[in-house]
Design a protein. Structure first.
Ligand code: IVH
Length: 696
């Protein structure tokens, strides 16, 4: 190949690679395979290594490989990079409309473009003669930092526009972009760099697997990635961009309608949002915004609102601005889901099985209309992994049905006085040493006489799904335990009227409405009534680790009495649906403990010794056949038993604990640890609506 043909081939290769890169990274519609793409890139690199003097900054090879820099150089933006005023709800948005309408009556006939407000980093991209020559952060709006080499690594940023050759209307005879719009010699656009949620989750999963520190959220990660001095690191982060504004242009024309501008930018090769609509009526624009508030989880990226923009960009510009906020647009903010607040302290709660669970006590903060004072910290490993320290400013998330949880500390805001947190080595309730079992993240108080555990045990024993003893409130339970009248759950059946009268506090008297004698009599009647509960409820009430209402019902079908159940082996237990080796082990272990044997004897003596429960066999075919479900939290349209019945009627199975094999977790209000487990194992999480949909 002679020099000229080779150079021609080189130019051609660059163009082809840009084109296919755009098909893949922007349009998500590749035309060739990865291998074919790699072949083009290799050929390009071969030519470049033989002719280094040919290499131009728009060559696809320039996306990676730049040297790390010492620091970022400051750059002045050609025009101020403005921000937006916020509206919180429809009323605010109408207020904005009224204000601009009064300023200029052309607003009355204006159209409005509504697009997502992406929660990323604003960047400014400069193109000269169609070539990407500089990229900068927003900085203070006047001066930003030059991060060109980092931005070159973002595959969806075109290094050359238009990406498709045929689009340049500088070439006579070729298809123009828009009849009267010539691509400017200098074009400065603005967009938002971000990490799509899926890519963020995959990134964190990879980091977790290699034992590295995970990131807090997509936004912080994107910000950190863009400000890396070494572009090779930036190149490994799944950054992408959506472009929405022309900041400056020279030597050409730009559409003066936002709606057309987006279409124009798209045809040049810039990624632009496809969630966008143009309205002739402000009310319709607000309605559209409000639908997206509800549908925000459908967006592949984090959005903190929608932007309502006056479509006529000349009119918008003429309206001027207030401070740094242009009057021609408004950010309609979605309610926040993540806020920062101070972690005052970490409290440890003792569960029924002795599990010690850390709980965050927060400086009260409003998230999405609710004051949050406490949040879950999952477990002690989580605290260590995220290095969450008392006194830290922490990021707290409350979204949808999920209980608020601490995402992690904002390390930049540390004073230096925060000390790493150490899990307690004793139980906070009884002072006995805490223990840790191999293969388990939890710490336990193994003292069977721990008063905190006993309170939880009794609370569980009397709960609705177990023995259902109404009127036995937590205060009464605590009093009875304090007075030494309840040492285990079986003692409930030897309580006398006087004992209860003693324990009934003022509060109970009020809520139960009636004289203390009446309260005591009602409670005694409820206790009496509970002696006739069926076997499945008694098994549930025992509170064996991993045995919930669902397994208890299955167990009672296989082992129609407690005598049979306590005499069984782990092998036999595992023949019951939904009982795996861990639950089987826990059951055998429970019955082998001296203390529990005594409780059983006492229950038997008290006549709490039911036989059989007689459940119906489940349907074996139906839309859910072959699927297993786990339910956590309270569902709006189903009781616990109801949802189980529903799933079984349609051929599915309900089990108590989540494993990799679980088809889906059905999530209700205030879910328990099963939810976290499902997320960890990548098990699908569905709501009750979706469950109903699955059966048609
Ligand atoms: S328009 C004059 N459109 O939101 C134009 N901004 O609080 C002003 N943002 O700093 C910006 N998505 O970084 C606009 N579709 C969008 C946006 C968007 C995200 C960011 C932008 C700005 C902030 C305003």
């Amino acid at each position: 190949m002679d020099e000229q043909t080779l150079q021609q081939r080189y130019e051609d290769l660059k163009q082809q690679i840009h084109f296919h890169n755009h098909r893949y990274h922007v349009l998500d519609a590749p035309l060739i395979s990865d291998a074919e793409f790699d072949k083009l890139a290799i050929e390009l690199r071969q030519i470049e290594s033989a002719h280094p003097d040919w290499v131009t900054p728009d060559s696809p090879s320039q996306r990676a490989g730049a040297e790390p820099s010492e620091k970022f150089v400051k750059v002045r933006h050609p025009r101020p990079i403005l921000s937006l005023a916020n509206a919180f709800g429809g009323e605010d948005a109408r207020g904005w409309y009224e204000r601009v309408r009064k300023l200029d009556d052309r607003v009355e006939k204006a159209r409005f473009v509504v697009e997502p407000k992406i929660d990323g980093l604003s960047v400014v991209l400069h193109y000269r003669q169609g070539i990407f020559v500089q990229g900068a952060t927003r900085g203070d709006g006047e001066i930003g930092e030059d991060i060109t080499t980092n931005l070159r690594t973002v595959r969806s940023i075109p290094l050359k526009i238009p990406v498709e050759k045929g689009l340049s209307n500088k070439m006579p005879g070729e298809l123009p972009l828009f009849p009267d719009v010539r691509i400017p010699e200098t074009l400065v656009v603005r967009g938002e760099v971000f990490i799509p949620i899926k890519d963020f989750e995959a990134l964190n999963k990879r980091l977790e697997e290699t034992g590295e520190k995970t990131y807090l959220n997509p936004r912080n990660t994107a910000a950190g990635s863009l400000r890396q001095l070494d572009p090779a690191i930036t190149a490994t982060r799944p950054l992408t961009i959506l472009v929405y504004q022309v900041v400056y242009s020279e030597g050409g024309q730009v559409p003066y309608s936002q709606w057309e501008l987006l279409a124009w930018l798209k045809r040049l090769g810039f990624p632009v949002t496809n969630v966008v609509q143009c309205f002739t009526d402000i009310e319709a624009a607000i309605a559209f915004t409000e639908t997206w508030d509800k549908r925000r989880d459908e967006l592949p990226y984090e959005a903190d609102g929608m932007v309502i923009k006056i479509d006529d960009l000349n009119l918008a510009a003429e309206l001027g601005f207030v401070g740094k906020d242009p009057r021609g647009a408004i950010a309609f903010k979605f309610p926040a889901r993540e806020v920062t607040t101070r972690l005052l302290r970490i409290e440890v709660e003792v569960g029924r099985t002795g599990v010690l669970t850390p709980k965050a006590v927060l400086e009260p903060v409003e998230i999405n209309g609710v004051i949050v004072k406490n949040a879950t910290l999952h477990n002690f490993d989580y605290i260590a992994e995220k290095d969450i320290r008392p006194g830290d400013r922490v990021l707290v998330k409350r979204a949808g049905e999920v209980i608020p949880y601490v995402i992690g500390p904002v390390v930049e805001l540390r004073s230096g006085a925060e000390k790493p947190y150490n899990p307690p080595d004793t139980c906070p309730a009884c002072g006995q040493p805490a223990e840790h079992f191999e293969d388990e993240v939890a710490w336990y108080c193994v003292n069977a006489a721990c008063p905190a555990q006993l309170v939880r045990n009794v609370e569980h024993f009397v709960s609705k799904g177990a023995m259902d003893i109404t009127g036995m409130g937590i205060k009464i339970v605590e009093k009875l335990i304090e007075a030494g009248l309840i040492r285990d759950v079986a003692d409930i059946y030897s309580l006398g009227r006087e004992d209860i009268l003693e324990a009934v506090t003022k509060k109970e008297r009020k809520t139960e409405k009636g004289p203390p004698g009446k309260v005591a009599d009602n409670l005694l009647a409820a206790i009496e009534e509970s002696r006739r509960q069926p076997l499945n409820r008694v098994i549930t009430a025992l509170g064996i680790h991993g045995v919930g209402e669902v397994s208890a019902a299955d167990l009672s079908r296989h082992f129609p009495s407690l005598d049979l159940l306590r005499a069984t082996s782990t092998e036999q237990l595992q023949m019951v649906d939904g009982v795996g080796p861990n639950i089987a082990e826990a059951i055998v272990d429970w019955f082998s403990r001296e203390r529990n044997r005594k409780v059983l004897e006492k229950l038997k003596a008290a006549g709490v010794w039911p036989v059989g429960m007689g459940g119906q066999p489940s349907a074996s075919s139906g839309p859910l056949s072959g699927m297993t479900f786990v339910v956590t939290g309270t569902l709006a349209g189903f009781s616990r038993e109801g949802v189980k019945e529903f799933i079984e009627q349609h051929g599915g199975k309900v089990i108590d604990s989540v494993s990799r094999k679980t088809s889906a977790l059905v999530l209700g209000e205030a879910p328990g640890s099963k939810f976290q487990k499902a997320q960890e194992l990548g098990v699908k999480v569905i709501g009750e609506e979706e469950l109903r949909k699955m059966v048609g």
